[in-house]
Design a protein around this ligand. Structure first.
Ligand code: NAD
Length: 483
């Protein structure tokens, strides 16, 4: 399919000025900024720039809504969350389209439709969870009950890679547990989240979920706000540290889902042909802009060349293009800053002996932040592409010969989000996976997540988990009652 410049922006309302939603009402902002489509540079709409007063109003609305919402019967809150899941389903195509326009990811494959479908699935799964009272003792000495109570107002700050899915991961467990929410989306991708919160507000009482879009300073103000009781943040480790510092003043509860530099280790007993697709998409899902993507690939010397060749074969079949083109499997990098970072890391790797197997040079003069799928061989620790999180479509492939040494290398990183072992012997692979310093480990796959499997990082990849009962419980405080 050929694309005429501008032809795919037709369904965006470029002139539309989006409003924040505070206390159930649209709250027009005094200032707006354009949001651009990373594939074309065309304007998708205008985001509101919330002020400190808007933030105060949103926190006040959330505080006002908290007593009634936290006292609402659990079953009613469950039904409300199921109604959010239904709204996501009813508006799936509209949300997916808006998401592709502002984020760049394709509608198809593991793109926008997948993200909205995931948001719906996670919302329904979270709705179904319960928070029972646990009886720790009940005998003639007395009765001890463990109750989990809502915390209060949860402040949520989201990144630009999976804006709608991550917003649901923050909002839904919070409200399911009886909290109220103020969310600030990434200034790179605020529009689909505003639409999501509009849909949520058609279901929940006013003030339970509020959105204030704005710049990074607004996020800093949220983290320090005395009216917010807990922060849930997904984004870079650098910002996570700032949030932790600001939150310390009021001892807010924290869930931090931060950066990763996941290692994948391929043992010599695999069939390179069989694992190539899995390795590729483990690394390149969402164009590599995925927290728990495979970011450092270690391959045993005996099959190194064969695995590289198979990865090149898969990479060559992947079409990169405008996300609205139904045939695109990957879109552009979401923003210029990230594009420049990926380019810089690849150039550095090339200058230091890295061998580019495919990609490595972005197209000249084309509109959009398109960067080709890039595989770089013959690199090792000490090169930025290996040591730092690239968060984009460039995978370093490292040769190893000793399993003990490669486990040590995989763990030699400040991050600890995910990791994977690839082997024909799954029992051996599971045992090695347990030796990886990471919050979630996979065997013969990478990056697969599911609503019943707690997800979170160790070391500098974060604090706490999301998903499942454990994730839901992070939205509660414990009260024990002894009688
Ligand atoms: P980022 O940290 O730059 O921004 C994330 C959010 O933080 C944005 O909404 C931004 O406005 C806000 N922010 C910026 N400065 C702030 C401050 N001082 N105080 C409070 N908020 C502030 O991250 P990003 O570039 O949007 O996302 C990419 C990063 O997110 C990568 O490192 C990636 O690994 C990580 N990530 C982690 C997970 C996970 O679950 N662990 C998931 C997705 C992304």
């Amino acid at each position: 399919m050929t694309l005429e410049p501008g032809s795919l922006g037709a369904r965006a309302d470029a002139a539309k000025r989006y409003a924040n939603l505070i206390g159930g009402r649209p709250t027009p902002a005094g200032r707006h900024l354009p949001v651009a489509n990373p594939a074309t540079g065309e304007i998708v709409g205008h985001m509101p720039i919330g002020t400190a007063d808007d933030l105060d109003a949103a926190v006040a609305a959330a505080r006002a809504a908290f007593p009634a919402w936290s006292a609402t019967p659990s079953e009613t809150r469950k039904q409300a969350c199921l109604a959010i899941a239904a709204a996501l389903k009813d508006h799936a195509e509209e949300l997916a389209h808006l998401l592709t326009l502002e984020q760049g990811k394709p509608l198809n494959g593991l793109g926008s439709r997948w993200e909205i479908g995931g948001a719906q699935a996670w919302t329904a799964a979270t709705a179904a969870l319960d928070i029972p009272v646990k009886v720790l003792q009940d005998d003639n000495q007395g009765r001890v009950e463990l109750h989990r109570k809502a915390i209060g107002v949860v402040g949520s700050i989201t990144p630009w890679n999976f804006p709608v899915l991550i917003a649901c991961w923050h909002i839904v467990p919070a409200v399911r547990a009886g909290n109220t929410v103020v969310i600030k989306p990434s200034p790179h991708t605020p529009l689909a989240t505003i639409r999501l919160v509009e849909l949520i507000n058609a279901v929940l009482p006013p003030g339970v979920v509020n959105i204030v879009a704005g710049d990074d300073a607004l996020g800093a103000a949220m983290s320090a706000h005395p009216g917010i009781d807990k922060m849930v943040f997904t984004g870079s480790s650098a910002t996570g540290r700032k949030i932790m510092g600001a939150a310390a003043q009021t001892l807010k509860r924290l869930t931090l889902e931060l950066g990763g530099n996941d290692a994948g280790i391929v043992l010599p007993d695999v069939d390179p042909k069989q694992i190539a697709e899995g390795l590729f998409w483990g690394a390149f899902v969402n164009n590599g802009q995925t927290c728990a993507a495979l970011k450092r690939l270690y391959v045993h010397d005996s099959i190194y060349d064969a695995v590289c060749a198979e990865l090149v074969r898969v990479a060559a079949t992947v079409s990169v293009g405008n996300g609205l083109d139904e045939s695109s499997a990957l879109g552009p990098i979401q923003n210029a800053m990230q594009f420049n970072r990926v380019r810089e890391l690849v150039e550095d790797a090339k200058a230091r002996g890295g061998r580019v197997l495919i990609g490595g040079t972005p197209p000249e003069g084309a509109p959009g932040h398109f960067y080709p799928v890039t595989l770089v061989a013959d690199v090792d620790h000490g090169i930025r592409l290996v040591d730092e999180e690239q968060f984009g479509p460039a995978l370093p492939i490292i040769r190893y010969s000793d399993v003990e040494a490669v486990i040590a290398k995989a763990n030699d990183n400040a991050n600890g989000l995910g990791g994977s072992i690839w082997s024909a012997d799954t029992a051996k692979a599971r045992a090695l996976a347990l030796r990886l310093d990471c919050g979630i480990a996979w065997v013969n796959k990478h990056g697969a997540i599911q609503p019943n499997a707690p997800f979170g990082g160790v070391k500098q990849s974060g604090i706490g988990v999301e998903f499942g009962e454990e994730g839901l419980f992070e939205n509660t405080t414990i009260q024990t009652v002894i009688s």
